[in-house]
Ligand binder design. Structure first.
Ligand code: ATP
Length: 227
């Protein structure tokens, strides 16, 4: 199975791109969604977060849900608290991603999209088949974020600056999508990429290599046991 990593800047259009893949029947592993799911009340990650950050960061009038905005502000300016958050949440996120990946592997999907804003920062790009970066000009990125999230320009700009430079991401990507046009143009570009991926031999090669490994490893293992 070919894994297609999808990344970009903040509000450059990743979700819009992944929705086109989804509509085409391609499974998506959505890192943002998983990051939200692992901290819902009742999970062990939730309990650890509550013990670490205290009741102020949880909204008990609404089921005790995590106050993401408040925690986001805290960790934005405090690297130690950010490390504490990552130490608690990252193992759960990685485990959930692995579970989803393995179930899709068993299911036999030709390729999947792994949608994660921190694809390059996390170093996952080194392990996956191909990478897509969707970008737009800084000014458009700021405007789209301000409109979608109803935030001030200064907040939008600082969120962009907190991430890896988009030019660096573009350099490291195999496929770069320019999202300076309108949404329909973006959708057309994604459909073209889907057409190329559908024709690609890469998923077949990945399956062949995986199949060989699955056959060869047990063969030598049992040979070794019998010797
Ligand atoms: N080509 C476009 N023209 C106009 N608006 C767009 C375009 N592409 C995306 N948008 C809008 O910009 C906003 C951000 O897009 P989207 O949510 O897809 O970005 P994202 O990269 O997934 O964001 P995030 O980094 O927050 O996860 C949305 O409101 C979306 O509708």
């Amino acid at each position: 199975m070919l894994v297609v990593g999808l990344s970009g800047g903040v509000a450059t259009g990743k979700s819009t791109v992944s929705s086109v893949f989804r509509a085409h029947g391609v499974p998506i592993i959505d890192a943002d969604l998983i990051a939200r799911q692992v901290v819902v009340p009742g999970t062990s990650t939730y309990r650890k977060l509550r013990a670490e950050f205290g009741d102020d960061y949880f909204d008990d009038e609404h089921g005790g849900v995590l106050r993401r905005d408040k925690l986001g502000k805290l960790i934005f300016n405090d690297p130690d608290r950010r490390k504490a958050l990552n130490r608690i949440t990252h193992p759960a996120i990685r485990w959930e991603m692995l579970k989803q990946f393995l179930s899709l592997l068993v299911y036999g999907t030709r390729y999947i999209v792994f949608d994660t804003p921190l694809l390059f920062e996390s170093g996952y790009d080194a392990y996956i088949g191909t990478t897509i970066v969707v970008w737009c000009d800084f000014e458009k990125e700021v405007e789209r974020m301000m409109k979608r999230d109803n935030i001030l320009r200064a907040d939008a700009e600082s969120r962009i600056h907190a991430q890896m430079d988009i030019e660096e991401k573009k350099k490291r990507a195999k496929i770069v999508i320019d999202n300076n046009g309108n949404i329909d143009e973006l959708r057309e570009k994604v459909k073209e990429i889907i057409g190329q991926l559908d024709k690609s031999w890469k998923p077949f090669i990945f399956r062949l290599v995986f199949g060989v490994i699955l056959g060869v490893v047990p063969y030598y293992f049992f040979k070794y046991l019998r010797a």
